[in-house]
Design a protein around this ligand. Sequence first.
Ligand code: GAL
Length: 451
Amino acid sequence: MKRIAALLLALALLLSCASAFAAKNEKKKAEDMNFEEIIDDDSATGTVNVYHWWTAGGEKYAIESVVEQFGELYSGIEAKSNAIPGGAGGAMVMKVKVLQQTGKSPEAFQAHPGQEIEPYLQSDLLLNLNEIWNYAELEDRALPGLVDMCTASDGNHYVVPIGIHKTNIILYNIHLFEQYGIEIPDHEDITWDEFWSICDQLQAKMPEGTYPLDLGDQKGWPACQVFENIMLGTDPQIYEDFINGNYNVDDVTRVLETYTRLMDYVAPDHNSRDWYHTTGAMVSGNCAMQIMGAWAQPLLTNMDQVYGKDFGVFTFPGTAGWFGMCVDGFVVSNDSADVESGVRWAFSVCTQDVQEYFSGLKESISPYTDTPDDVYNELTLHFKEQLTDENTKVYPSITHGTAMPWSASTSLQTQIQEYATSTNHDAAYYANRIVNILREAGVKGDWNLVD
Ligand code: GAL
């Protein structure tokens, strides 16, 4: 018995030493590292723990393809893929925080460029990746507008982008429209009037227990994404002012009044599902439309749904000519156990091979001009053409990390989900609460979207 106790004590001591050691990972500085040598060293060994939130069908295969391609580039490094389900970053920030505090910073993790990464920067947790940008010539290769979006407040690059999605779309089940004799408009840029008319017709014809729309906002953020799209679709100036911190209760009330009208058509148990369950509900006919970003496409593909035959896409009403931009990328911790492998991972995501596999499977737009168009399917190519059209205006997402400080955006997600779930949808009451969130977070932006 005594021997067992002694053994257990020794084990506990060993573990505490190990965790003390883990807590002492050296913080690396980019200026002390030779990026070219690190990236070119294809015989390097090590481990890269990569955290991401791609768990839905399609997205999962896309990230697996990156792991595979990483193995082709660096066969001596083990890439471990760790998924934090739920999407849209909120859970990731918490997870990374805990890992960092326990000395187990992931070598690389998924992030959106912009405000989302500022808290990590303020705590000096990220490696400056300017040298990857130089080495891989990302400023020359990036799609227009992207360099600015991927430049942090201190003028440096910390994110290597991997893919871009459009956020302001509505996906719909073509078969339901046909079944209920609802005319599908011959243009994708539907107006608010057309949209309300479609909702009314569906509501009148769909059997009890099925609904024109669903939110799938169990995690909160899909409700917030609807809010930002309604705001842009109400008046882009209101959106610009809002993300710059020049908010006012009347404007937000106007936006929420439209949201209230929309809620008339939404399945009442909308927050009992995640966004990908709602995509499934749309395919099985429980709801006719889903307001979601274009990352729902690969999931639909994985459910054997074909664009133009089984599902179609509208531009979110009022947002024609605008492209809601969601940029995915990877950042590198400066205090992980294997910072060099983190650098190699971040480099790998912008290589042509990774871009071709990933963009094809994720059905996302490659951030780089040298990715050939033949990797895209019809719909993604269409989105890419919209994004690169010089007449298209781009707006950053609140929900997807870029437009607003993380603390404000997560509080907004909670508040808007609460609004959507409440029974009376009191627009003025919630507008006040929303404006308070911005006030407390001291939101102060410098976006110029409209002119
Ligand atoms: C977004 C991300 C997309 C998709 C979505 C849902 O934040 O940019 O690629 O993952 O969340 O999970």
